[in-house]
Design a protein around this ligand. Structure first.
Ligand SMILES: N=CN[C@@H](CCC(=O)O)C(=O)O
Ligand SMILES: [Zn+2]
Length: 412
């Protein structure tokens, strides 16, 4: 199947060469072609250019994008979209004054989701998750990372991995699975955290690796969850099975997780609502990308990641939804791009770079996704009529998406 999109008002994030990450002041640049065309064959971007050069290109489907913007689909590098039920009662508890920590200390939080997930059948979990995934795709997301971490037993974590595998098989979206068994200490191990860590390192990681579904290992490195030593033990066990770290750090407290992540060549360190100058220095020494999650800061009314300090230090930054039932029950990347501008003080160019090419980097797929480049996968957003891409973050909470193409197929 070939598709020609013509008369595009602005074709955004066009890279002649295969750029895989954008850092520091370069994030202010978003390459754009005005009055352009884009030509797709099967699942691949074949050609693009200005309309004057479009003559002679024939396609089975022609889309006239007059007055519309075309850009690569969002790359959401941090989600927990496989979960059971919801946590609306905790939402109300927080409105009434309880903190995230207090809710979690009384058995709510991640343990609440783990109980629900353990009691939910694999089929039902798949159906609930597929519905969420399809909603994300309609909102412009074409590639998405999905974590385990609401199983917290060997059996339930493997169930989550199998659900993620099935999503990968049955959806056109690109799915990157991550093993996050170290998301919380299960109730039965409350007074024996070491035994749970042993279960993860000696039983779960080998069994998960044997399924060959995930290439990444995550840990929630935080007070009351997994400390630096625990995190290092789990990362090392994962690395022995070729699982690369992608970790939750600095959400509430600075424990040294960023330096640890860089030391272990983590692909990304995510959250960073708290951030020190030492953390910035540590990031400068490696290839680990920091990932900000402004939806979580919004929902929990917490600090926002100091994006300016990160970018102005010459570092790259990605933004992601952190879609999960407790701290960020929205997978809308359009909102995240807007929140990055309004709350993280990122320009629209920086925010779109962070949500496309850098999001792809944070999933290890930026050689094939995240920009309009010949040979890359055809994951494309066509917006509703607008004059400039800045209107995407400007008109916050509006739906800017008219059509999405995933893997070369027009889905909306
Ligand atoms: N902080 C750890 N994990 C999730 C929240 C999980 C939950 O509350 O269910 C996060 O990234 O925000
Ligand atoms: Zn998370």
């Amino acid at each position: 199947m070939s598709i020609l999109i013509k008369n595009i008002q602005q074709l955004v994030q066009v890279h002649e060469h295969n750029t895989t990450i954008v850092k520091g002041s370069d994030m202010k640049t978003l390459p754009v072609l005005e009055n352009a065309y884009l030509y797709i064959v099967d699942d691949t971007i074949i050609e693009y250019g200005v309309m004057e050069d479009c003559e002679g290109i024939h396609a089975e489907k022609i889309i006239d994008a007059t007055g519309q913007i075309v850009l690569p689909s969002w790359c959401d590098s941090h989600t927990h979209l496989v979960y059971a039920g919801d946590r609306t009662s905790e939402f109300v508890d927080r409105i009434n004054g309880l903190s995230y920590e207090e809710i979690s200390n009384k058995g709510g939080g991640i343990l609440n989701s783990a109980k629900k997930l353990q009691e939910t059948s694999e089929e039902e979990l798949f159906e609930q998750s597929l519905k969420r995934l399809n909603e994300l795709i309609a909102m412009g997301t074409g590639a998405v990372e999905v974590k385990t971490g609401y199983g917290l037993t060997v059996e339930a974590e493997l169930k989550m991995l199998r659900v993620i595998k099935r999503l990968k098989q049955e959806s056109l979206a690109t799915i990157i699975p991550t093993l996050l068994a170290a998301h919380a200490i299960p109730k039965d191990y409350k007074t024996n955290k070491e035994a749970y860590i042993k279960l993860i390192t000696e039983e779960l990681i080998p069994q998960a690796a044997a399924l060959n579904i995930t290439h990444f290992i995550d840990v929630f490195c935080e007070k009351g969850y997994f400390d630096i030593e625990d995190t290092e033990t789990i990362l090392k066990a994962g690395q022995a099975y070729n699982l690369r770290p992608k970790i939750h750090v600095n959400q509430f407290n600075i424990l040294g997780g960023i330096a640890l992540g860089v030391k272990h060549n983590a692909l990304s360190v995510d959250h960073l609502e708290e951030l020190s100058s030492e953390d910035i220095e540590a990031l400068k020494t490696g290839d680990t990308i920091p990932v900000a999650l402004p939806g979580c800061s919004y929902f929990l009314s917490m600090n926002y990641t100091k994006a300016r300090d990160i970018i102005d230090a010459g570092l790259p930054l990605a933004i992601a939804t952190d879609y999960n039932p407790g701290s960020s029950p929205s997978g809308n990347m359009n909102f995240i791009v807007s929140a990055a501008c309004v709350k993280l003080k990122m320009t629209p160019e920086e925010a779109i770079n962070a949500a496309t090419i850098n999001g792809a980097y944070a999933m290890g797929i930026s050689s094939m996704y995240g920009s309009i480049t010949r040979g890359k996968k055809a994951n494309i957003i066509i917006t509703k009529p607008m004059k400039h891409y800045s209107e995407i973050p400007y008109a916050f909470a509006h739906d800017p998406i008219a059509h999405v193409i995933i893997n070369g197929q027009l889905l909306k």
